[in-house]
Design a protein around this ligand. Structure first.
Ligand SMILES: *[C@@H]1O[C@H](CO)[C@@H](O)[C@H](O)[C@H]1NC(C)=O
Ligand SMILES: *[C@@H]1O[C@H](CO)[C@@H](O)[C@H](O)[C@H]1NC(C)=O
Ligand SMILES: *[C@@H]1O[C@H](CO)[C@@H](O)[C@H](O)[C@H]1NC(C)=O
Ligand SMILES: *[C@@H]1O[C@H](CO)[C@@H](O)[C@H](O)[C@H]1NC(C)=O
Ligand SMILES: *[C@@H]1O[C@H](CO)[C@@H](O)[C@H](O)[C@H]1NC(C)=O
Ligand SMILES: *[C@@H]1O[C@H](CO)[C@@H](O)[C@H](O)[C@H]1NC(C)=O
Ligand SMILES: *[C@@H]1O[C@H](CO)[C@@H](O)[C@H](O)[C@H]1NC(C)=O
Ligand SMILES: *[C@@H]1O[C@H](CO)[C@@H](O)[C@H](O)[C@H]1NC(C)=O
Length: 820
């Protein structure tokens, strides 16, 4: 509809003013809905049309028939702009008939698919061709006869392969050459140096390798040079880069460049963006950061740069300064306060030291992100961090002393863990009502936890207070519909009962209250938290029976880590719970994920395995453990435990358990460690346990077991300290020999021991035994321990990212298509 209106308008224009061949239709961004040519009569008039621009009309699509008519009837058409028009159903052969007088064709973001007719690259008058971001469009560059007048060629994010053809070296009028994300490989061709009119060159996100050819020094007109994300580009950066004095944006990140950053880069007086991160640059940073007065963005992260941070002059225009992941040392120069435009400062993971005084609400009014983590700096902060626009604050792992500084009320992410902070939590912290992550763990903070912490921010997702000296009770102010997914109080002196308002934390995934002095019954009301994946109550003074109430229903179905060890729980083992632990029965599929990966925080817990405590820096979703050790549980080990087929660690030691070791445990085919020591278990060890091919740790000592120790497979790897202190075990690795008439088979009584025997519940031996040939041992649980302290996790990179990443913010800006 609208188009026909526009066309009629143009027709009038053409007739009135006799515009002849100069007519054009510009319907760019006019909100067209449908493109139809319903006025064949008038096409004769339209035949005068020289330029048609229907680009950027959201949601509009074009059919082959319409395109054919455009192409066949508009014989004077020289320019066609259909960017962002949905052409997914258009047959590309229609483009075969484009007239040779075409000068400009732009079809970016058109959902084109199939093979582009090579003809397009040869149109003899074409000056401008954009096919950008048509990821299903296959192009083959011609070996000869390119459109000689080409000024702009943009084929980014289309399908290519192989090397760039030499024939392109003749396109000596090219000004914009944009070939990013095309899977080109080989070396960067030397003939590029012949394209001396180039102002914009983007070869990023390909597989180019080798050094930058020296002919590139001829490209004196370049203002944008982007070679990032090629991985294999290597060698030292040539000094002559400093001769390309028109360059304003230079991106060389995510490659394998080595050597020093050439000091000649200080000649690039117009440089605004400099991206060098993720290379192997060493040595000192030349005087770029001070000499380049127009530089706003500097990404030098993740290299091997050393030396001290330079002095900054007033008037410096830096907005993003990323020096993280290097080997910089010394202190932060006071003159950094001259960077009045600074928005993000990341100097984390270096060897910086010294005292940083942060007291006056000086300068830095624009500062949004501040990352000083993983250094050895002493910060002197008077009460609160002064910058009022700060969103992201990471001061982890330094040598901060004194009181906990209060983040500004604008802040969303606040990490200040692993320092030496002392004193109370100032209740002023509750003014930071936009906080999503509060991590003050691993300090020496004390006093009581302010009640307001439970409800000060509607957005709070993570609260981590572990490893401090807090006492008193846990706040009972958790409000309905809060967003908390992670709540960690481990390693404090908290006492009293668990607050009932925790039941309002319906999104909670991780609740870690271990190593405190909480005195309470088992909080069975936690059963109603549908997302709970990690529950750690270890080393408190919880008591009484758990999980054997008669009520049925779904509870703890997502739980993967359950640690109730070192408490005073009594009664039978929680059979009801075992029956519901669905997340320990079947895996969620193949995708490995870490808990909390979508937040700006990585969940971590400490688990006991092989007798030592290991911190899982990140909790992999396949990690499963039940630790009920050192309590006062009695009675039999329930057969239903055998349903938890993807359980990896099981510790029931130091209780008063009786009866036989249930045969069903042989169904726990993922089990890597089982500790049943220091109980009152009787009978023989089921032979079938030898089918546990991943079992690397077994402890049955201090029980009343009798009979022969199973032989073969994993059992050949256990030593005699797995069996100490039993009544009548015999056979290797013990020195007591078995009587020759002792039967190695388990006594039939074991099979009938429990009502809900695994046979009744559908677990059969054949299934268990199938598929296990040899007893190959995988490394015990170490595979789940991931350290990321030196490397920034991806989510953080994303938060800060700039010119070097694809999804980064802010994006490097492309030049707008030139209008002729
Ligand atoms: C493009 O058009 C096709 C049909 O012609 C449709 O299936 C597809 O969803 C459209 N794509 C977008 C992104 O609108
Ligand atoms: C090109 O145009 C001719 C007539 O001008 C027509 O016969 C032919 O089918 C067209 N080719 C394509 C691929 O549309
Ligand atoms: C580049 O220019 C030089 C000198 O004009 C010429 O000898 C060479 O053949 C050109 N290379 C290509 C690939 O056109
Ligand atoms: C804390 O917030 C309250 C209410 O929003 C405000 O009255 C008070 O001044 C704030 N305190 C500080 C120190 O900003
Ligand atoms: C938090 O809870 C306390 C006590 O219930 C209440 O007085 C206070 O207004 C609440 N604060 C917010 C920010 O909701
Ligand atoms: C099981 O728990 C006990 C006490 O809680 C501990 O000493 C032992 O090391 C644990 N066993 C394993 C294999 O981690
Ligand atoms: C098994 O547990 C006992 C105590 O319950 C302990 O003394 C022994 O060292 C443990 N054995 C192994 C192999 O860890
Ligand atoms: C356990 O085995 C070690 C050698 O592996 C041996 O020295 C020790 O005497 C054995 N202890 C017992 C009680 O058999």
């Amino acid at each position: 509809m609208l188009l026909s209106v526009v066309m009629e308008l143009v027709l009038i224009l053409i007739q009135r003013w006799n515009l002849g061949g100069r007519a054009l239709i510009a319907a760019r961004g006019m909100g067209l809905r449908v493109i139809e040519l319903r006025v064949p009569l008038e096409l004769s008039h339209l035949s005068q049309l020289a330029s048609l621009d229907l680009s950027k009309n959201d949601g509009v699509s074009l059919k082959t028939s319409v395109l054919n008519r455009l192409v066949q009837n508009l014989t004077k058409l020289r320019e066609l702009h259909l960017d962002q028009v949905n052409m997914s159903s258009v047959s590309l052969s229609s483009l075969m008939n484009l007239s040779s007088s075409f000068t400009s064709l732009t079809l970016s973001d058109c959902f084109l698919c199939g093979r582009l007719p090579d003809h397009i690259f040869r149109l003899p008058n074409l000056r401008e061709l954009s096919l950008a971001r048509n990821p299903e469009l296959t192009c083959f560059f011609p070996m000869v006869n390119w459109s000689q007048p080409l000024r702009l060629l943009d084929v980014s994010s289309t399908i290519h392969s192989g090397e760039l053809p030499k024939s392109m070296g003749k396109l000596n009028l090219l000004e914009h050459l944009i070939l990013n994300e095309c899977k080109f490989n080989g070396s960067i061709p030397a003939w590029l140096g012949n394209l001396t009119q180039l102002t914009f060159l983007d070869l990023s996100s390909n597989n180019f390798g080798g050094e930058i050819p020296s002919s590139v020094k001829n490209l004196k007109a370049l203002s944008y040079l982007d070679l990032k994300l090629n991985q294999y580009l290597s060698g030292k950066l040539p000094m002559w880069l400093g001769n390309l004095t028109r360059v304003t944006k230079l991106f060389l990140g995510n490659n394998s460049f080595t050597g020093q950053i050439p000091s000649s880069l200080s000649n690039l007086k117009d440089l605004t963006y400099l991206g060098l991160r993720y290379n192997n640059f060493g040595g000192r940073i030349p005087d770029l950061l001070t000499n380049l007065t127009k530089l706003t963005h500097a990404w030098l992260s993740y290299n091997q740069l050393t030396g001290q941070i330079c002095e900054f002059q007033l008037g410096n225009s830096l907005e993003f300064l990323m020096l993280n992941g290097n080997k910089l040392y010394g202190s932060i120069p006071k003159s950094i306060s001259n960077l009045v435009n600074l928005q993000y400062l990341d100097i984390s993971s270096n060897d910086l030291s010294g005292i940083v005084e942060i007291d006056k609400p000086t300068k830095f009014n624009e500062l949004q992100g501040l990352d000083l983590s993983y250094n050895s700096m002493l910060l002197s902060i008077k009460n609160r961090l002064p910058w009022k626009n700060l969103l992201y604050i990471d001061l982890r792992k330094n040598l901060l002393q004194g009181k906990l500084p209060v983040p500004p009320s604008s802040s969303e992410i606040f990490f200040i863990s692993e320092n030496n902070l002392t004193g109370n939590i100032p209740s002023m912290i509750c003014n930071a009502s936009s906080l999503r992550v509060l991590d003050i763990s691993h300090n020496r903070l004390g006093g009581t936890v302010p009640q307001c912490l439970g409800n000060f921010s509607n957005d709070l997702v993570v609260m981590d207070l572990r490893m401090n000296n807090f006492h008193g009770t846990i706040p009972d102010t958790f409000v309905k519909e809060n967003q908390l997914t992670t709540l960690v109080f481990n390693g404090n002196q908290l006492e009293g009962q668990l607050p009932k308002s925790l039941v309002n934390c319906t999104k909670l995934e991780v609740l870690d209250l271990g190593n405190n002095k909480i005195i309470d019954f088992f909080p069975s009301w936690l059963e109603s938290l549908p997302e709970l994946k990690v529950l750690i109550l270890k080393s408190n003074r919880f008591h009484g029976p758990i999980g054997n109430h008669k009520s049925s229903g779904e509870f703890f179905t997502k739980l993967r880590i359950l640690d109730l060890s070192h408490n005073e729980f009594s009664g039978l083992l929680p059979r009801n719970y075992f029956q519901n632990l669905n997340a320990m029965m079947t895996s969620e599929g193949e995708n490995l994920q870490y808990l909390g990966e979508s937040n700006y925080y990585q969940d971590s817990v400490v688990v006991t395995q092989k007798g030592s405590e290991i911190e899982l820096q990140r909790i992999l979703n396949i990690f499963t453990t039940i630790d009920l050790s050192s309590n006062k549980f009695e009675g039999k080990i329930p057969e239903v435990l055998g349903r938890l087929t993807i359980l990896r660690l099981l510790n029931l030691s130091h209780n008063g358990l009786t009866g036989h070791i249930p045969l069903s445990l042989a169904n726990l085919s993922a089990l890597e460690s089982i500790d049943l020591s220091s109980n009152k278990l009787t009978g023989e060890i089921p032979m079938q346990l030898t089918s546990l091919t991943f079992l690397a740790m077994l402890n049955l000592s201090q029980n009343q077991l009798i009979g022969p120790i199973p032989q073969g497979k994993q059992f050949d790897t256990f030593e005699n300290d797995s069996y100490y202190g039993n009544l009548g075990l015999c056979g290797l690795p013990l020195s007591i020999k078995c009587r020759t008439d002792a039967s190695p088979l388990p006594s039939p009584s074991i099979f009938q021991e429990d009502n809900d025997s695994m046979f009744a519940s559908g677990f059969g031996w054949k299934a268990v035994l199938m598929g296990y040939g040899c007893g190959f041992v995988f490394g015990l649980a170490m595979g789940y321990v991931f350290w990321f302290k030196t490397e920034k996790p991806q989510w953080l990179v994303r938060f800060f990212d700039g010119g070097n990443g694809k999804t980064g913010w802010p994006n490097n800006q492309r030049p707008r298509r030139r209008r002729s």
